[in-house]
Design a protein around this ligand. Sequence first.
Ligand code: NOJ
Length: 540
Amino acid sequence: MVNAPDQLWWQRAVIYQVYPRSFQDTNHDGIGDLEGVLRRLDYLSETLGVDAVWLSPFYPSPDADFGYDITDFKAVDPRLGTLETFDRLLREIHARHMRLIIDLVVTYTSDQHPWFIESRRSRQSAKRDWFMWADAKPDGSPPNNWLSAFGGSGWEWDAQTEQYYYHSFTKHQPDLNWRNPEVREAMLDVARFWLERGVDGFRVDAAHWILKDPELRDNPPNTAPRPLVARSLGEYDSQLHLYDKGHPDCHEVFRAYRRLIDSYSTPEQPRFAIGEIHVFDWQEWAKYYGVQLDELHMPFNFALVGAPWQPEVVRSVVEGMEGALPHGAWGNYVLGNHDEARLASRIGEAQARVATLLLLTLRGTPTMYYGDELGMVNGVLTPEQIRDPWGKNDPALGRDPARTPMQWDASPNAGFCAEHVTPWLPVNPDYPMRNVATQLAEPRSMLNFVRHLLRLRQNSRALQQGTYRTLESAPQGCYAYYRSTESERLVVALNFTDQEVSLHLPSSGRVLISTHMDRNERFERELVLRADEGCLVALG
Ligand code: NOJ
């Protein structure tokens, strides 16, 4: 591996998101567990070759939102393991020279969390002010027009104490009142707990939802067209979310987290946090690094997830981020996660390889979603099989299709769980053909493409930290760019069309990898790309 001492691990790493419920079941309840992740670590570190694991929530949860509604922030859901399993998982990850970041849910608890049970007991409860309680309007209607991101009002009436409480997501996830210093201390203490256990960092969930307008002003209607790269959120898009999230006071909270995280960082273990921040105006987005780069290390860049798959749009995303990055800040890209449709379903299987070549060769930390290395496609569910609360409100927005079990092999239930067990979501019926074992045996498979590309990346300083420059002369339908250091000059050329295209490059070169996995030839100044082909080439 190329040693780039001037880069921190999280700048160099390829992060792989494990959605634990769907990765590997070992205790025969149809739900993936931490022991399952342990069992698959060699796959992640050796077979695939990623550097860091992001583990989505594994805390005790009544599953109103599958792990994001938490009843104990400092424990492991017994269905998924114990703290001992967690510690073992962390040790084994470190033993393989990988890093672990965990989901840190900061904005809400479960309505079954002891804090909320206590809070809703009476208006005099010591924890009343830990959540966002407000009186009804004189006509009994909610305090303002704020919506739940999953549809309907964000306010839920509590008949016993005759007030509303606010929930940005499901009504089973009451929002914490971050203006209360005790809440702040209790939540920072959660981060401290996991830092003490040795995690390398956090993915901070729903980060900019953390603080809202203290006057609870109504959101104005949204008349602006949706940003090109933002996907539809249904009813939620009808408002301009001026007051229900992203309050400027958020930044102070992120600085507090950063101070805490930095206090646990050492040269051997720099800790790290990436925030789930859905902001599509680049200047606004960049503010989440902090004026002094003193907030979360990175806000997630989701622009490629919603971007129409066209070369001009993708180019504008990359140039937009490059142009907005504050001096000294490091960028990132993502193509899929547990909240979005599967990449291969969004843009087609042929282009999924092209997109993966893009993700793994841009300047910035890539995050991969489990199963995308196989080209997994959206699962198809009957109405009875829908589990996702959002999908229950609006099937078009449901996220279950992207959460079907990982496809390990061609055995019943794809190796995710035993044959006699019913998985929590149905295994995608394409598993006999699309699975890890089958693709490992097929030299030109998507999996082998990703593995090979990850190895090239690990050995290339230009890919890890070289400069980015758009190749202006790329023909229509094609997007291409340079990644360079003083001694290495690479070009990534991506054909978005089903027609052959030809690029003129400044010098001769050699193909290092093609998405088709069938060429390594030298070329003179002309590089010909076949339909749906992307190539990484070395010039010179
Ligand atoms: C953000 C998570 O990514 C998403 O899966 C979850 O539904 C919401 N937070 C609300 O809990």
